[in-house]
Write a new protein. Structure first.
Length: 461
């Protein structure tokens, strides 16, 4: 048994943990996730750089539909978390058969949902660039890119489900290593399709889809065959979805799905605000977002560890330990992302140079990244706090907070400031909103009753 698995058993067994042991466990679970998140960011970074060197038009054709892709990915993730949080609670309660019952049902539900999302993407792909205010010169490539990415969403859904299940069981290393492998494959496949086969923007989508397919197969193998806690090999059982499991998944996942839908809609509106600013602005906006993700992906890695620890702590009924894990995780996230924000401010020109050869895109991108760098510490608080709340099954109020912050602060300010300050105004609004969001999430962490949610393990038939 690994050191992290040994410490996780302390939660299930109700054993006392020192502050050092708690922090050690958070770090051990976070490091593989942080590495995977960073590798994913590097993958997007290299992808964007490959496309960016085809010209501003190619970058804009992907950038115009990127926010809608995030929306679809968020809806996929919400369904996965609705089931994987239940699995974490069962594991925390030492009910491994209950965890496997939820897993079987999740495979069917997630597969059906992914098919619906994929065909929805295909149906809207010819019209989407025009709906978002894109010009005719980028519409064709943008539509094709979105259609291919949408059809590959089935692989994304199943890879994400298997990875979430493994992480909620405390196995961070396997999904993290597989995600790193996916990033390497994505770069190799993209180089092949974009440059060797000269497929341009379409090649970027094909390379990503093929990498997701291979990773989904491997991730499901490690979950269903090799996982100590969750493997189904030699353990027959029904895959038929049951009302109580679906009901609990809905209570957890529906607020997240609504949040992703409306947050994704907000990103789409933000793209709509940026689109009239011109091709250079669209390209700089898209590429700067990719660069900025180098800063916040470590926060998401720590948030994944927090979800696992809080989920198992809630399942074990240990409120005090759960709250301690939450506070330590958020503190660690703020420290790491503050350091990343400082580095981004310093090296913004060099990072943008890697993304595009166009001087104007580099200059604009540098200026907006330095605006955003100031918001990273409180953005970290919002990210990790949200991971804490998800692990507790407390998703409704945080979803409302996210939506009010995004629609009430960011978009309102972006619409107002873009008129006078252009793209800089949009990013000033973004930095202001992320700071506000971090403050309200910290308030809920310290004074809210989030750790009283789903204190008892849900009953399964």
């Amino acid at each position: 048994m690994s050191k992290s698995q040994d410490l996780l058993s302390y939660i299930r067994e109700g054993r006392t943990m020192t502050q050092r042991e708690k922090l050690n466990l958070i770090v051990q679970l976070s490091i593989p996730s942080i590495l995977a998140q960073l590798s994913a960011t590097v993958m997007f970074f290299i992808d964007a750089s490959m496309v960016g060197h085809l010209g501003a038009k190619a970058s804009a054709s992907i950038g115009i539909v990127e926010s809608t892709g995030w929306l679809m990915g968020g809806l996929a993730s919400a369904v996965n978390m609705g089931f994987s949080v239940q699995v974490a609670h069962f594991i925390g309660a030492n009910d491994f058969e209950g965890a496997r019952r939820v897993l079987r049902q999740s495979l069917i539900c997630s597969l059906v949902w992914s098919v619906i999302l994929s065909f929805s993407c295909l149906a809207i792909s010819p019209f989407l660039p025009y709906w978002l205010g894109g010009s005719a010169e980028i519409a064709s490539d943008a539509s094709l890119y979105f259609a291919i990415i949408g059809l590959c969403g089935i692989f994304f859904q199943m890879e994400g489900l298997a990875g979430s299940m493994l992480k909620c069981s405390g196995n961070m290393k396997v999904p993290s290593m597989l995600n790193i492998g996916m990033c390497v494959m994505d770069v190799v496949f993209n180089y092949l399709f974009i440059y060797i086969l000269d497929l341009g923007v379409m090649g970027a989508a094909m390379g990503t889809g093929l990498a997701e397919l291979v990773t989904a197969i491997l991730m499901l193998y490690f979950l269903l065959v090799k996982s100590d806690m969750l493997h189904l090999k030699g353990r027959p059982g029904s895959f038929r979805p049951k009302s109580d499991t679906i009901g609990t998944a809905f209570k957890i996942g529906a607020p997240m799905g609504l949040q992703h839908m409306l947050m994704g809609g907000a990103y789409v509106v933000s793209t709509y605000i940026v689109a009239p600013l011109g091709t250079v602005a669209i390209a700089a906006h898209s590429l700067a977002i990719t660069v900025e993700s180098l800063c916040y992906m470590p926060g998401y890695g720590i948030a994944e560890a927090a979800t696992t620890l809080v989920g198992q702590g809630i399942g074990a009924g240990q409120r005090t330990l759960t709250r301690s894990f939450a506070h330590l995780s958020v503190g660690l996230g703020i420290i790491v992302m503050t350091l990343m924000g400082i580095l981004m401010w310093i090296f913004a020109p060099q990072l943008m140079t890697l993304m595009s050869p166009v001087d104007e895109v580099i200059a604009v991108g540098t200026s907006i990244l330095r605006i955003e760098a100031w918001a990273e510490p409180l953005f970290a608080a919002a990210i990790v706090c949200n991971g804490v709340f998800v692990g507790a099954g407390d998703t409704l109020k945080p979803a409302i907070m996210n939506l009010l912050s995004m629609w009430g602060v960011r978009l309102t300010l972006a619409w107002y400031l873009a008129k006078d300050y252009g793209l800089k105004g949009v990013w000033m609004a973004m930095a202001t909103e992320l700071t506000f969001r971090g403050i309200i999430f910290l308030w809920r962490l310290f004074v809210g009753k989030w750790n009283q949610k789903l204190i008892t393990t849900p009953k399964q038939s």
